[in-house]
Write a new protein. Structure first.
Length: 276
């Protein structure tokens, strides 16, 4: 009777391993496919998408050449400032063209970047890779006549993690975070509470850690019914940002048009004009 009992115990343990460990292992291996959703299709030339825009090349420290769009300031009152737009985890720059035009019409130049793997760019996205891409974007803007002290970093959702880290390496005039999170693990734990997200996650994007101790002015914008990044996480970023200058709460979900519209652009403009 002892041997069959032991066999049943071994079989039960194997079942637990198959049911529990194998899926977790798959999640570990495939986790970046659950974080990044690039539209890898090439986009049209900048001038075709936005009047007056031009294509620029971002050259990363690890040897990639990434395509981006530069849009000069339009309108009657140039702020002498540029906005580096670090997008979220989906789509490509073509889907943010109207937002870039809105910023430009308010007197700000815009660098609309795509990360590696997005918009026809080579490479595969990761936290380290996106950091290198953002560094290259800072260099490209400096070549256009906009060094960091004349630049506002705009981070959309996942991009808030990118620019929070970027401002620590290359302090800008200001930072605008749209739908930010405290750290990526907090978002994962919200959506997958039954998984050991914090133990599994390789790409951390610790927004609050990067902002801690920073004196760079910060504006935080978020929707009051966000189903992607929980509203309370964005609110915590605003609560704990050491140099918060404005909090803008919109009645919207994460990807509704208002989150890419004039109210968001107006908040960026307010920050830009406050630097004058």
């Amino acid at each position: 009777m002892i041997i069959p009992t032991r066999r049943r115990l071994v079989r039960s343990l194997l079942v637990v391993l198959v049911i529990g460990v194998v899926p977790v292992g798959m999640l570990w291996a495939l986790q970046r496919q659950l974080i990044y959703f690039p539209d890898a299709r090439p986009v049209p030339p900048a001038a075709y998408a936005i009047e007056g825009a031009r294509d620029v090349t971002l050259r990363t420290a690890d040897g990639l050449e990434l395509n981006a769009w530069f849009i000069p300031a339009a309108g009657t009152e140039d702020t002498a400032m540029a906005v580096l737009v670090a997008p979220g985890n989906g789509g490509n720059r073509a889907g943010r063209a109207r937002f870039a035009e809105e910023l430009s019409s308010r007197g700000m130049a815009v660098l609309l970047m795509d990360y590696r793997g997005y918009g026809g760019n080579p490479g595969t996205p990761s936290e380290e890779g996106l950091a290198a891409d953002a560094d290259a974007a800072v260099d490209a803007l400096a070549e256009q006549g906009y060094p960091p002290h004349q630049t506002i970093y705009f981070g959309e959702s996942l991009g808030s993690g990118v620019v929070a880290a970027l401002q620590a390496r290359h302090p800008p005039a200001g930072v605008v975070l749209r739908s930010p999170f405290t750290e990526l693990a907090d978002v994962g734990a919200h959506h997958y509470p039954w998984l050991p997200v914090r133990a599994l996650l390789r790409d951390q994007f610790p927004v609050l850690d990067h902002l801690a101790g920073s004196d760079v002015p910060v504006t935080v914008i978020y929707g009051d019914r966000d189903s992607v990044v929980p509203t309370e996480l964005s609110a915590r970023v605003a609560d704990e940002a050491p140099a918060l200058v404005e909090r803008v709460v919109l009645h919207a979900d994460h990807n509704e048009p208002v989150m890419f519209g004039p109210q968001v652009a107006a908040a960026v403009e307010r920050m830009a004009r406050s630097m004058g």
